[in-house]
Design a protein around this ligand. Structure first.
Ligand code: AMP
Length: 622
């Protein structure tokens, strides 16, 4: 197995190019780098310009605009301005359905496990594409600052992100023209920014308390031999500074007997902004906040003292402390086992956060000297610097030089073990059949970075046979990739309901020279954007084909539930969708899928109701 230093630094792959660190945040994003002269990490930009709001406004003609301008469009164009896209990355509608009220824009309700899509007018976007827009903005920002091309990055993700969310983040980087060398956990990055984990001989246990604008996470990390392990992570993805602001608004509404139900969206937004201003004021100065403003046609006197603020937000603070306690319990550690605490996120500037943490762990363990908004990006830059081989004292571990994966529908590469993963490694994913009664499934294993398997290197294949005949989608086929410390890959596939299984062993590096690896990486960089676009088109086509198959099958079996007119209209929609597939316009295909989905959803409900009433009729009373 190659050492990462050979691949990354090998001549032709931009040996001089800088690797940037990116904090792709829910509310704001930041790009940082290590300064070649001082060897210290620094964020790119000054003052308010450091933070790029993670907001995308879809302007006329489907053109995306990112950052401050987009943020201002949140009030004026709520339906075509997308915020919090990070919450949707790698998620299906089912995952977010409970919070669908939170979003002012339209998220397509596809009731199966497919990744969500967002509609803005006639244009359809995946969270990957939208995140890629944010990353492109950050890439350009770094390029403008450095005066040269930036094509490699380390991107951070929350510790609780699953493989699908991590893969989506990688894809977004790829689409933005970035070679994502590594995805690292935000708490790991924050610790690195404070230099924790840089001494290979040190063993430490760290608590990272991250309270941002909209989310809260607490993680407990164990660092040994320079390797970070997440012992436990807890949090609340809908708890952050915004909730503290909301408490202030409610406090004012109660004291001034405001009935905000009749207020315009703009007035509600304005009072929220005032609340945030008041919060920052009382948290920084030991003075009373007082402001007179005209809102909803009334002259209002808005006042807040720190003591009131602390009182009305006690419940929220306690919630974060309960999470911290649960994380400690999960890790089976006591307070004395914790060596350091790192504070992350703008809301940790609130004095009560620091106070509570210091009361629990002691002042000397709290790391809060770096800007809590920047600490994750700074740490990502430190990791980038390590990967660039600039820190000679840090041992680089054996990694997989190229991604390993299998072929899925449409000839796409589904990555199981991403490149640069430390070995040994293990990855498990579930698949299912696409056709009724399917009894065999071919597993083809590939190595490489391209989105279509035909462009990658085939390592082997086998056929899982004797799958019991079941309707499409019912078999549970688990594919396991295990790569041991010697770099031997074992791929196993097992149908979980029946237990049938098959496996193969491969040595991925056999016959592969450093020059081959280099060429494959170069090719993937050159074709990255086109490749990801192609993948999205293939995915849209596959989805459309499956939709046509399912709806046609439904019509064959359940025609009696539909009126003649409904049957005709459904057939017409299927025909139109089928026609759009070979034409290859992604937006047109997705729009057809959306139309068919929306039109046929009530039919599925009818079928359900019929089944339920059938079951009820059959129920015996005694
Ligand atoms: P982040 O998502 O990490 O950028 O955190 C932004 C959150 O931090 C917002 O809710 C801000 O209102 C909050 N914040 C920023 N500065 C302060 C401050 N000085 N005092 C209290 N909250 C702050």
């Amino acid at each position: 197995m190659a050492k990462i230093s050979i691949n990354i630094k090998s001549g032709t792959i931009e040996s001089e190019g800088i690797i940037v660190g990116i904090d792709l945040g829910t509310t704001n994003s930041i790009v940082a780098m290590v300064d070649a002269e001082s060897g210290k990490p620094k964020v790119i930009g000054t003052g308010d310009d450091v933070l790029v709001p993670s907001v995308i406004h879809i302007a006329e003609g489907g053109i995306p605009i990112v950052g401050e301008t987009a943020r201002r469009a949140l009030v004026s164009h709520p339906h075509s301005t997308i915020f919090s896209v990070k919450r949707l990355l790698g998620r299906s509608y089912k995952d977010i359905a409970n919070h669908s009220d939170f979003y002012s824009y339209r998220i397509l309700d596809e009731d199966d496990g497919k990744l969500v899509k967002i509609a803005a007018g006639d244009h359809f976007f995946t969270p990957i594409e939208l995140s890629a827009e944010i990353l492109t903005t950050l890439k350009r920002k770094a390029e403008a600052y450095l005066g040269k091309t930036v094509s490699r990055a380390v991107i951070t993700v929350p510790a609780y992100f699953n493989d699908s969310q991590r893969q989506a983040t990688r894809d977004a980087g790829k689409l933005a023209g970035l070679d994502v060398l590594r995805i690292i956990n935000e708490p790991t990055a924050a610790s690195l920014a404070y230099g924790i984990g840089l001494d290979p001989n040190e063993m430490k246990t760290v608590v990272v308390y991250d309270l941002g604008g909209g989310t809260f996470d607490v993680s407990i990390l164990r660092i040994e031999d320079g390797v970070f392990e997440v012992l436990s992570t807890r949090g609340d993805t809908y708890l952050g500074g915004d909730d503290f602001d909301r408490e202030i608004v409610q406090y004012w509404a109660k004291n001034l007997t405001l009935d905000m139900k009749s207020w315009s969206q703009a007035d509600v937004q304005s009072i929220r902004l005032k609340a945030e201003e008041a919060k920052r004021f009382v948290c920084t100065a030991n003075l009373k906040y007082s402001d007179s403003v005209i809102l909803h046609g009334n002259n209002l006197q808005l006042e807040l003292e720190f003591a009131n603020f602390e009182e009305i937000t006690r419940r929220l603070m306690q919630k974060t402390m309960d999470c911290l306690q649960s994380a400690l319990t999960d890790s089976a550690l006591g307070l004395d086992d914790i060596d350091e605490v790192v504070l992350v996120g703008g809301s940790t500037r609130m004095p009560m956060v620091k106070q509570r943490i210091a009361d629990i762990f002691g002042h000397n363990k709290v790391n809060d000297t770096l800007d809590p908004d920047q600490v994750v990006a700074l740490g990502a830059a430190v990791e980038a610097d390590i990967l660039a081989g600039n820190r000679k004292d840090i041992l680089l571990l054996d990694v997989t030089p190229l991604s390993l994966g299998i072929e899925t529908l449409g000839g796409l590469m589904d990555v199981m073990i991403p490149r640069n993963t430390k070995i040994p490694a293990k990855f498990v994913k579930q698949y299912t059949t696409s056709v009724d009664g399917q009894v065999k499934m071919g597993i083809s294993i590939y190595q490489g970075e391209r989105e279509l398997v035909e462009e990658n290197r085939k390592l082997g294949e086998f056929i899982l046979t004797d799958i019991p005949a079941m309707p499409a989608g019912l078999p549970k086929i688990e594919v396991r990739f295990l790569i041991n410390a010697d770099g031997i890959l074992t791929v196993e596939a097992q149908e979980l309901r029946s237990g049938v299984q098959q496996q193969v062993q491969i040595k991925p590096q056999y016959g592969l020279t450093d020059a081959d690896v280099e060429k494959m990486l170069m090719d993937s960089l050159t074709h990255a954007k086109h490749d990801v676009e192609l993948r999205m088109l293939v995915e849209a086509k596959t989805e459309a084909e499956q939709m046509c198959y399912t709806v046609t099958r439904f019509l064959d079996k359940n025609k009696s539930l539909l009126t003649d007119e409904e049957v005709l209209k459904t057939k017409e929609l299927v025909k139109m969708l089928n026609k759009s597939i070979p034409e290859g316009d992604k937006n047109a295909i997705l729009s057809g899928v959306d139309a068919l989905n929306t039109y046929t959803r009530p039919f599925a409900e009818r079928l359900m109701n019929q089944a339920v009433s059938g079951a009820l009729k059959g129920t015996k009373i005694n």
